[in-house]
Design a protein around this ligand. Structure first.
Ligand SMILES: N[C@@H](CCC(=O)N[C@@H](CS)C(=O)NCC(=O)O)C(=O)O
Length: 214
């Protein structure tokens, strides 16, 4: 049985968990917290980051790499569009989540609000977090609102890596106690509800809500 290594609360671990669930691949989940990781874990994930993955004697690190591998070993249902431009656009939205949303929702909001008080005994600066919410999130939401306009899913009207990569970051925003204003961004709100209610996302979100008491 393959093993996914990584802790709840990580948007990148969640990407891999959702992809495994969408593809119906059975796996074991080993919780690894990426602080002072063991030399053994660094052999699998040389940067010491989560997620990492083991498929018998094959090991991989990085959510994007792991999901690309899953697509090759179990092509159905596809998580990447087949058309060249759609494929590239899906990778773009995954990148937008990883490099555009995660540094703000994960590192500037979820980490100080949820992780630091629980695990590092460090109280959050709520005013600083609120400033990030008020000033840095709206342009990101505006972009997604315009991209979703009239579409079922972000690319080619089919749930794909684009939706996994974007929707996973909003789970962290929600776990930190913030959400998208439905009046100002109605399409993004409806889109996220649809993504987060898929069985693949919902099962993980329910476990994470229980773990983080939200
Ligand atoms: N590009 C990586 C990013 C993974 C990542 O940054 N994971 C964080 C947890 S959310 C981590 O392991 N951080 C520990 C560290 O940077 O040492 C991926 O997509 O898997």
């Amino acid at each position: 049985m393959p093993i996914l290594y990584g802790a709840f609360g990580s948007p990148f671990v969640r990407k891999a968990l959702v992809a495994l669930a969408e593809k119906g691949i059975p796996f074991d989940h080993e919780q690894v917290i990426p602080i002072n990781v063991s030399p053994e874990f660094k052999k699998i994930s040389p940067l010491g980051k989560i997620p990492a993955f083991r498929d018998s004697d094959r090991t991989l690190a990085d959510s994007s790499v792991i999901i690309a591998y899953l697509e090759k070993i179990k092509p159905q249902p596809p998580l990447y569009p087949s058309d060249a431009y759609d494929y590239a656009r899906a990778l773009w939205f995954e990148e937008y989540g990883d490099s555009g949303l995660a540094p703000i929702m994960g590192f500037k909001i979820f980490f100080p609000k949820v992780v630091a008080p629980r695990f590092l005994n460090r109280q959050p600066d709520l005013a600083a977090i609120q400033k990030v919410v008020d000033e840095e999130l709206p342009p990101l939401f505006d972009y997604l609102e315009s991209e979703i306009d009239g579409k079922e899913w972000l690319v080619a009207d089919r749930f794909s890596i684009a939706d996994i990569g974007v929707a996973t970051q909003f789970v962290n925003l929600n776990l930190a106690g913030y959400s998208v204003d439905a009046k100002r961004w109605p399409k993004l709100t409806a889109y996220l509800a649809k993504a987060h209610n898929r069985p693949s996302f919902k099962a993980i979100i329910d476990k994470e809500k229980a773990a983080f008491g939200s």
